[in-house]
Every structure is written in C-alpha cells, then in structure tokens.
Design a protein around this ligand. Structure first.
Ligand code: GDP
Length: 142
C-alpha cells in the first residue's frame, strides 16, 4: 500500500476533555506519524470555508457553531494507507454506531460532538492539508 498523508482534526469536545495525547497515541501505535501539527481556535469564516462541501446540508450551521466553540488540534498524519487507516481508527460519524475501540466510540458524545475529523479520500486530503498547512510546514524527512 502507498504512503499517504491525511488531515486530522481533534474537535473542540475532545480538546476540552484533555485527550489529545490519548488520541495521538492511537495514531502512533497504529503506524501513523504526525508530520505537521497546530492548535487553533477557528473563526466562523475558517470553519465555514473548511466545511464548504456541507454548506447545503441542514446541519451546516450546527457544525460550524460546534467547530468554533473552542480550540481544535489540527494535524497531518502520514503512513501506509493513512487515509483509510485514520477513518478506521475514528469509527462511524455517529458515535453510537461506531465500532467498540474506535476513537469516536471511546471519546465522543454525539454526531455533532464526535471528537475527530479525518479526510475521506485522496483528493480531499490534498485540499484539506493545503487549507491548513503551507507545504514547507509539513515535515518531509531528510
Ligand atoms: P465524517 O467524515 O465522518 O466526519 O462525516 P461527514 O463528512 O459526513 O460530516 C462532517 C461532520 O458533520 C461530521 O463529523 C458531523 O460532526 C457532522 N454531521 C454529519 N452528519 C450529520 C447529521 O446528520 N447531523 C448533525 N447534526 N451533524 C452531522
């Protein structure tokens, strides 16, 4: 499988629960390396632009309000099949339907406050990484 990069966000609920380290540990123990990271408190404009694909959805306003309710931890994960691997570690969008042992099953409360975001494909991963990180701030190895 190819080495990929994917964008991950630890959402305000999980940052507030003080579980950034526990979630990072899941990434690291499953072969995903953190190659860029920053803590940020998104503005309504930034959150709206990031989730622009969901603009027409009934939950868009709730999603943006939630994403700006506190700081988020944003990272680029790198590893073999990183996009699918991260989605597998995250679990289903609705934590009640997430497999036991997944991040959302263990740390999330509801479909709004669902602990993490992860890119869902190669194209979105590229766009989402570029949205938050200029190329030179992503560790490329030596
Ligand atoms: P994800 O890729 O698993 O995060 O899910 P989506 O890309 O489909 O949706 C983006 C985010 O919008 C999700 O993580 C949820 O926080 C939120 N969301 C998705 N579907 C719903 C819904 O039906 N109701 C509400 N309230 N939020 C939703």
């Amino acid at each position: 499988m190819a080495i990929e990069r994917t964008l991950s966000i630890i959402k305000p609920d999980a940052v507030a629960k003080n579980v950034i380290g526990k979630i990072y540990s899941r990434f690291e123990s499953n072969g995903l390396k953190i190659v860029a990271a920053k803590l940020a408190w998104l503005s309504p404009q930034e959150a709206g632009a990031f989730y622009a694909v969901h603009k027409e959805r009934p939950f868009f306003n709730d999603l943006v309000s939630f994403m700006i309710s506190g700081p988020v931890m944003i990272q680029v994960l790198e590893g073999e099949g990183a996009i699918a691997k991260n989605r597998e570690l995250m679990g289903a969008t609705d934590p009640k339907k997430a497999e036991p042992g997944t991040i959302r099953a263990d740390f999330a409360e509801s479909i709004d406050a669902n602990a993490v975001h992860g890119s869902d494909g190669e194209d979105t991963a590229k766009v989402e990484i570029a949205f938050f990180f200029p190329a030179m701030s992503v560790y490329a190895g030596r």
